[in-house]
Design a protein around this ligand. Structure first.
Ligand code: PEP
Ligand code: MG
Length: 279
């Protein structure tokens, strides 16, 4: 981006009615955290911590995780980073934790299900996150939450982490439909439209043969997003961090539903801030 465009991108995104929308970046490396800052991201709205765990012979230890999360926070210049706990499973396999084959990996032991099945590794990641949260603004969120019991158990393992804001991804239709059950246990919700669309429409994400089903904001998915925002009311913030947040034509509909934070690929932050300003 040119210098003037960069300066504009760093300004807050405020709608024509004066509502400030935080526009963050989805990142999966320290380099992407730098790109997020360069593009004026207000926060790292989704840090996909998988990048630290995949394609290696053993899990990263607590100290290594602390160093990388700290580097991401530094790259963002102290803006909030939303660390999502490991979203692994047989769709994103870990070589050092071989798992039995699954006929439908997207419906298998992934996300929080995987973390609760490998507790020592999960506890280590939570300890690393809590340590970084003592130094810099950090939120943590859990992927693939389906039942309230999973959220309660994850929070129990996290322990009493003062100052750490805790949220969950809403990407399973059951969680969207029952959003009000989860709200007492979270500070924020972040809707993952990639998986929410996949599971609502029974249309595998990334399958080019299914784009007529899965492209754009489907009315059924929009209804789920509206339902989540209604349940949240003024109690907790609702963010969208799936690809739909990066569709400028969809942004007005997300904001109309009550979404107040968006997170997109770093290079798209300026475009989406412009879309907010025109809404
Ligand atoms: C999503 O499902 O929309 C999401 C943001 O998470 P991921 O793409 O990492 O599954
Ligand atoms: Mg997802």
């Amino acid at each position: 981006v040119r210098d003037d465009a960069r300066a504009v991108a760093a300004e807050p995104a405020v709608t024509t009615k004066g509502v400030t929308i935080h526009v963050g970046a989805n990142i999966g490396s320290v380099a992407e955290a730098r790109a997020a800052a360069a593009n004026g991201a207000d926060l790292a709205g989704l840090v996909r911590t998988e990048f630290l765990f995949l394609d290696r012979d053993e899990a990263p230890g607590e100290d290594e995780q602390v160093a990388v999360y700290r580097a991401i926070a530094d790259a963002l210049g102290g803006r909030r980073i939303v660390l999502r706990t490991l979203d692994a499973g047989s769709d994103k396999p870990l070589p050092y934790l071989p798992a039995p084959p699954e006929a439908n990996p997207f419906l298998g032991v992934r996300g929080i299900r995987h973390s609760l099945a490998h507790r020592a590794m999960f506890a280590e990641q939570l300890r690393a996150i809590v340590r970084v949260a003592r130094e810099t603004p950090v939120s943590v969120m859990f992927p693939m939450i389906t039942k309230v019991e999973e959220l309660i158990e994850a929070r129990r393992m996290l322990g009493d982490a003062a100052g750490l804001s805790v949220g969950m991804m809403v990407e399973v239709p059951a969680a969207a439909l029952r959003a009000s059950d989860f709200i007492p246990y979270v500070d924020f919700l972040s809707i993952g439209t990639n998986d929410l669309t996949q599971y609502t429409l029974a249309a595998e994400r990334g399958n080019a043969g299914l784009l007529t089903l899965s492209a754009g904001l489907d009315p059924a998915v929009e209804q789920l997003i509206q339902q989540v925002c209604r349940a949240a009311g003024d109690r907790v913030t609702v963010a969208v961090c799936g690809e739909l947040a990066a569709d400028a034509a969809v942004v007005p509909r997300l904001l109309a539903a009550g979404v107040r934070e968006l997170s997109v690929a770093p290079a798209l932050v300026p475009l989406i801030k412009q879309a907010v300003r025109g809404t």
